[in-house]
Design a protein around this ligand. Structure first.
Ligand code: TYM
Length: 334
């Protein structure tokens, strides 16, 4: 049996990259005897300036997005990290003692988020990957489906697990495997094909939010940056054309085909012909999710019931893990 765990931060609205790089794969991984745990990582969301009055609402919104995309609470446990926050934070502390600062210094997400003023960044932002490792190890997850940007954090998690196992003389922690799946493992900004699409990027035009209307989606795609050339004849022809590559990738991922198949269909065509097709496809795939989210958010109490059941299940798995960690580490009466 695979134990699958993953999470998303409730910061702003989810965007197309979150959906294609992660969420859609979470849905596909349900069933086949897999046990799935999907977390809303609200304790990570507070590592950057945020609005406390909005945090619980954002947590419900992300939960609604999981459900609307097809995460089924019958097969998967959906929970807020903070609802099991005592256990996540406690394990984080223990494994922080075996995480090398040199490794944290190399984390590109920290560098990106801290920017030029790294000296002023909070300890929480720096320690973010350690909390993420705790999220994963606490549940002994075997597989972690994420977008490509999380690969480095997963490597750190594997390192920490191996260090623990070595130090305490037992193959205790499962070494988790990253699952980076599909054509769109790194969806790029619509304004700059060299930057990742992100829910925290300044320009809303750079991303497609899961809550955008059909008109907004069409407008964003129409104005998406491109180059003056027609679409190439082969996938190789996308080299050094990051914007073209990104739009083709999105099309391939949304239609469930490959870039080669999309190129075969649109070879030699102008963007003016391709973009309306991409808009229609995006609206057809995202529209129903947006609609479902709206329905779900009209009944926030039902979302809370799902989160409560998820938290109970999560705690029942996490508590025994943490108990054994304490025993192995030699704590009094553990
Ligand atoms: P977050 O909220 O930034 O991203 C959530 C997921 O979406 C993927 N993703 C993308 N994939 C492709 N293209 C993009 N442009 C794009 N943008 C985001 C991310 O790779 C991620 O899978 N640190 C995690 C949250 C986390 C977590 C965990 C994940 C905390 N604890 C434990 C797995 C397991 C993150 O950055 O989330």
């Amino acid at each position: 049996m695979k134990r699958i765990l993953s999470g998303m931060q409730p910061t702003n609205r989810l965007q197309l990259g979150n959906y294609l790089g992660a969420l859609r794969n979470w849905v596909d991984l349900q069933g086949n005897g897999n046990q799935c745990l999907y977390c809303v990582v609200d304790m990570h969301a507070i590592t950057m300036p945020y609005d406390a009055a909005q945090l619980a609402t954002s947590t419900r919104e992300v939960t609604a997005a999981y459900l609307a995309a097809g995460v089924d609470p019958k097969h998967s446990s959906i929970f807020a990290q903070s609802a099991v926050g005592d256990l996540h934070a406690e394990l984080m502390w223990y494994i922080a003692t075996m995480t090398q600062i040199g490794k944290l210094d190399r984390m590109t997400q920290f560098k990106d988020k801290a920017g030029k003023n790294a000296e002023k960044a909070g300890l929480g932002l720096y320690a973010y990957p350690v909390l993420m490792a705790a999220d994963i190890l606490l549940y002994q997850a075997t597989h972690v489906p994420v977008g490509e940007d999380q690969k480095q954090h997963l490597e750190l998690t594997r390192d920490v697990a191996a260090t623990f196992n070595h130090r305490y003389g037992k193959e205790f922690f499962t070494i988790p495997e990253p699952m980076i799946m599909g054509e769109a493992t790194r969806v790029m900004s619509l304004r700059d094909g060299t930057q990742k699409m992100s829910k925290s990027a300044e320009s809303d035009m750079s991303r497609i939010n899961l809550t955008d209307t059909a008109e907004v989606i069409a407008d964003k795609i129409k104005r998406a940056k491109t180059d003056p050339l027609p679409l190439p004849e082969t996938v190789d022809g996308l080299k050094d054309r990051p914007e073209a590559d990104n739009l083709i990738t999105i099309y391939a991922a949304l239609s469930g085909t490959t870039k080669a198949a999309v190129i075969a269909e649109f070879a030699g065509k102008q963007f003016s012909e391709f973009k309306p097709k991409l808009s229609d496809l995006t609206v057809a795939k995202i529209g129903p999710i947006t609609e479902k989210m709206r329905h779900l958010l009209a009944e926030p109490k039902e979302i809370d019931v799902i989160l409560e059941a998820g938290a109970e299940k999560a705690r029942s798995i996490a508590a025994p893990t943490l108990k054994e960690v304490k025993q192995l580490m030699g704590f009094w009466k553990a």
